[in-house]
Design a protein around this ligand. Structure first.
Ligand code: AMP
Length: 280
């Protein structure tokens, strides 16, 4: 496995690989890797001859300096996991390498900026748009792999690829969960032992809400019940619980029959903000 910290050295390596006719799959991550990331990498390895995993805690997508400072950084463990998972190349640049100047460009993703993560984390998707565009330009992958876990990020990146005509295929992978149902997340590392026993209630409440709606319950009633369920567990502070159209991510008042409904949740568990979603 090759490890690159400079853009130029990665470009030289990738040019050689491309000249040999090899296809390239990119897995962008912020490190603190877990089975969710490795599922993306495995998919990339299955579909491409070369896999590139970027490990970069992108400062421009954090609107909360404390969240950025506390984001887990575990590069040596990440490197060992990637090596064991047959990753071809790791790209782990410093912030200075990625941003020799702070970017002047700003993205606006329209209504995606005003709901859920866009509303709760102003500027977040601008930062995502910038870093993902830079990674696409640096790596020029044939395919890029993203997790359904970050459902709004997927919608933003789809828009980015369409609007800027990036020549690549987006591959969206299902959310990997613990046996308890808890979605794997780098932020889970920051949960206490007690919080780790409480966190699985997120997916339980999501799953129950889904079942109720599929059984004909009114969407607003289900939202109210879910909000109540979160409030009854004192360690939780709910940010949002939304029932949306999968394509627009705008709220809906009645579910559709074509499996394009989604429930999205963001909740603080102690100091840690967790997100999850279900498509049904
Ligand atoms: P992150 O390091 O959190 O920025 O995530 C890097 C990529 O891994 C993103 O495309 C995420 O959506 C994806 N990812 C994170 N957690 C999971 C998970 N539990 N299952 C599948 N993909 C995930």
């Amino acid at each position: 496995m090759e490890v690159f910290t400079s853009i130029q050295s990665l470009r030289i390596y990738l040019k050689q690989q491309r000249n040999l006719g090899k296809s390239i799959g990119l897995v962008p991550t912020m490190g603190a890797l877990h089975q969710g990331h490795l599922a993306l990498l495995n998919q990339a390895n299955t579909e491409n001859e070369i896999s590139v995993c970027s490990v970069f805690v992108n400062p421009t997508q954090f609107n909360n300096p404390e969240d950025l400072a506390k984001y887990p950084r575990t590069f040596e463990a990440d490197r060992a996991l990637l090596e064991g998972a047959n990753c071809s190349a790791v790209f782990a640049p410093s912030a200075e390498e990625m941003y020799s100047e702070s970017p002047a460009l700003t993205f606006n993703f329209g209504s995606l900026e005003t709901v859920m993560e866009g509303a709760s984390r102003p500027g977040h998707f601008n930062g995502v748009g910038i870093v993902v565009s830079k990674l696409f330009n640096i790596v020029q992958p044939d395919r890029a792999y993203f997790g359904q876990k970050d459902i709004q990020q997927v919608a933003v990146i789809k828009r980015l690829v369409t609007d800027l005509s990036f020549q690549l295929e987006l591959v969206i992978c299902p959310t990997v969960r613990d046996a308890s149902g808890l979605a794997k997340s780098s932020r889970n590392q920051r949960l206490t032992k007690t919080e780790l026993t409480i966190a699985p209630h997120i997916y339980r409440i999501l799953s129950e809400a889904k079942e109720k709606m599929l059984n004909g319950s009114d969407v607003q009633d289900v939202k109210n019940e879910a909000t109540l369920a979160f409030s009854q567990i004192p360690e939780f502070a709910l940010d949002y619980f939304e029932v949306n159209d999968l394509n627009t991510l705008l709220p809906i008042t009645a579910i559709k029959t074509d499996k394009t409904n989604t429930i999205c949740v963001a909740v603080f568990l102690g100091a840690v903000r967790l997100i999850d979603n279900i498509i049904f």
